[in-house]
Design a protein around this ligand. Structure first.
Ligand SMILES: Cc1cc2nc3c(=O)[nH]c(=O)nc-3n(C[C@H](O)[C@H](O)[C@H](O)COP(=O)(O)O)c2cc1C
Length: 341
């Protein structure tokens, strides 16, 4: 199950009781990757009511989620997130920071309405080790909470993706300029987290060439080659790539990575389960990550096995508070029960 922000956490970043039910309902996924979860207060702020994993209270609730998913026979990784220039101070309560002072040409849905994203403050070089440490500490909390591992969020225009970009990252220090330099922060985080919890518990999500969040990259393959070459010796659990598999970049990125390769075909494309099955059979991918179909079908796997019709996801309730569109999608058995009633 691909990571899906659902904006149902409490204002202080503690996941809600509903989240325990939501994830337990989807335990048959094999591996659930949680919604993006902030590694510090300053790492949050792209959406309201998104969770964190940097206080004892957060950790205690994630522990309940881990227990509930394990009780249903599932496994779960927490996706670790720093929003970078996608944060709004009205949501995070802190200033917005990024590799360089270049704003995303986008708005945030703040508690007092839609507002343009501010020009971020460029992080100083001496602030970067603390960000690496936040990921390390959050990973430690995830594992101490009983989670099976963590996925580092390097995709979709958030902080780590911003560092990778030759457009958004205009730095002149060791974290900007060459491909190796732009890949450095993500690589250091993956290394630190692998050192903390073991490489076998670490995944990395990337979206090479992705244009979500006003992102631009010119030299896509070069910068990901630098990143993947550097982290390859660690032997992490998997690389999770959000990419259109018909794009030229797919073949190039696939060729670079010899480890476990998880594909998600991205938001612009409707999931084609036959295509994913063929890719898996050919060995082009090790696994597929599926988002919206899982959001709308807690029993997705059972439905796919019997070729049953799928519930359609309701876009209007993706990010709204409460149980509707969150824990009330019916299973196939429930649909059949209500039909025969
Ligand atoms: C409601 C919603 C929330 C999302 N939240 C996240 C997130 O927290 N982290 C992330 O990496 N991707 C996130 N994504 C992207 C999904 O993981 C996935 O890449 C995308 O939905 C395309 O896959 P799908 O067609 O299987 O849904 C989100 C997408 C949706 C629709």
């Amino acid at each position: 199950m691909a990571p899906l922000t659902r904006s149902r956490a409490h204002a202080d970043g503690t996941p809600s009781d509903l989240a325990v039910r939501y994830y337990a309902q989807r335990a048959a996924a094999g591996l659930i990757i949680s919604e993006a979860t902030a590694v510090s207060a300053g790492a949050n702020g792209a959406y309201v009511n998104t969770p964190g994993i940097h206080t004892d209270g957060h950790q205690a609730k994630w522990a309940q989620i881990a227990e509930a998913v394990h009780a249903e026979g599932g496994s779960m990784f927490v996706q670790l997130w720093h929003v970078g220039r996608m944060g709004h101070p009205d949501i995070s309560g802190t200033e917005t920071v990024a590799p360089s002072a270049i704003a995303a040409n986008m708005s945030a849905h703040t508690p007092s309405g839609k507002k343009p994203l501010p020009v971020p403050r460029a992080l100083r070089t001496d602030e970067l080790p603390a960000i690496v440490d936040q990921f390390r500490a959050a990973a430690r909390r995830a594992v101490d909470a009983g989670m099976d591992g963590v996925e580092i969020h390097g995709a979709n225009g958030y902080l780590l993706h911003e560092f990778q970009s030759d457009v958004v990252n205009q730095r002149t220090d060791a974290y900007g300029g060459s491909s190796e330099n732009r890949a450095r922060l993500t690589a250091e985080i993956v290394e630190a987290v692998a050192d903390e919890i073991g490489a076998g518990r670490v995944g990395l999500r990337i979206s090479p060439g992705g244009t979500a969040a006003d992102m631009r990259e010119n030299d896509v393959v070069g910068v990901y080659q630098a990143l993947l070459d550097r982290i390859a010796p660690l032997g992490i659990a998997y690389l999770h790539v959000l990419i259109d598999p018909t794009a030229e970049t797919f073949g190039a990125i696939r060729a670079i990575w010899s480890g476990t390769f998880v594909l998600n075909t991205g938001r612009e494309i409707d999931t084609d389960f036959c295509q994913l099955e063929s890719f898996a059979e050919w060995g082009a991918i090790s696994a597929a990550a599926v988002g919206r179909p899982f959001l709308a079908n807690p029993d997705l796997i059972d439905r796919l096995i019997v070729g049953a019709e799928l519930n359609e996801p309701d876009v209007a309730t993706f990010y709204t508070p409460g149980p509707v569109g969150y824990v009330d999608y019916p299973t196939l058995a429930e649909v059949e029960e209500s039909r025969s009633a």
